[in-house]
Design a binder for this molecule. Sequence first.
Ligand SMILES: Cc1cc2nc3c(=O)[nH]c(=O)nc-3n(C[C@H](O)[C@H](O)[C@H](O)COP(=O)(O)OP(=O)(O)OC[C@H]3O[C@@H](n4cnc5c(N)ncnc54)[C@H](O)[C@@H]3O)c2cc1C
Ligand code: FES
Length: 249
Amino acid sequence: MKKIHKAKVNKIEKVSASSYFIEIECKNKVEVKAGQFISIYCDGLTLRRPFSVYANENGKIGILFKERGKGTKYIKSLNVGDFIDIAGPFGNGFDIKNKKALLIGAGIGTAPIAYLKSKLDEQNIENYYVAGFLNKDEIPQGMIIDKTCTDDGSYGEKGSVLNYLGVLINELSPEVIYACGPHIVLKMVSEFAQNYGIEVQVAMEKVMACGIGVCRGCVIDVKKDGKIINQTVCKDGPVFNGNEVVWGN
Ligand SMILES: Cc1cc2nc3c(=O)[nH]c(=O)nc-3n(C[C@H](O)[C@H](O)[C@H](O)COP(=O)(O)OP(=O)(O)OC[C@H]3O[C@@H](n4cnc5c(N)ncnc54)[C@H](O)[C@@H]3O)c2cc1C
Ligand code: FES
């Protein structure tokens, strides 16, 4: 499949206090699995910037992003009708199982989980999506969520998604958990899943250089068959079996 695409900006809008939604359209339809990412060439910067796919319908790709530095500032400055250069999709994506699923997203990690939810819904796979944000102003407009948690209690349940995990697992009896968010959230979710004997898939993030498995700048430790091995987040991941990741602190 062609990996570099010229894409036209169809839409760009602010959707929460600190996040933006951009929709781009490529000439040729690009199929993306939930959990895969694309890399955007940002004017003047050597390294492309990776972003999980948040939506992908009729050849249009949606990204939910936060401004962090030069790359995301450039993306924020784009206008409808501009053309950009994207590469991808890259990475393995979630391995969708026909099993009752609990979906957990935190912060900007909600982007790939919301896309995964749309895929599960399309396939009529039972799922329940819990998302956590700092406060109500950080909830992206239009995101479909079953339970929302905010750190300050300004919307939904007060506190972290982690506070509700045990109750949700007992109530819903999920057979698989899919998660994306900060390292600590993925580590804790994986520990819960292991204690309850539930399969868990986590989408990891690491600052990337090449983004295609060559520089080895994004490796993490993973346990396979009793041995600890290095795997790249960009190519072997970004989705890993949470029970195989060596979490550290
Ligand atoms: C697989 C993958 C999927 C991603 N999906 C999304 C997404 O859906 N939406 C989104 O907004 N971002 C996502 N990111 C993060 C995104 O790639 C970075 O925010 C972006 O590269 C920052 O580029 P920049 O030039 O604006 O900032 P830089 O100038 O590169 O960095 C500015 C500051 O942000 C920090 N930073 C850079 N990358 C990250 C990161 N990954 N996490 C936390 N801090 C970081 C840097 O340490 C620095 O302090 C993803 C990253 C990966 C690896
Ligand atoms: S970023 Fe180069 S190997 Fe992953």
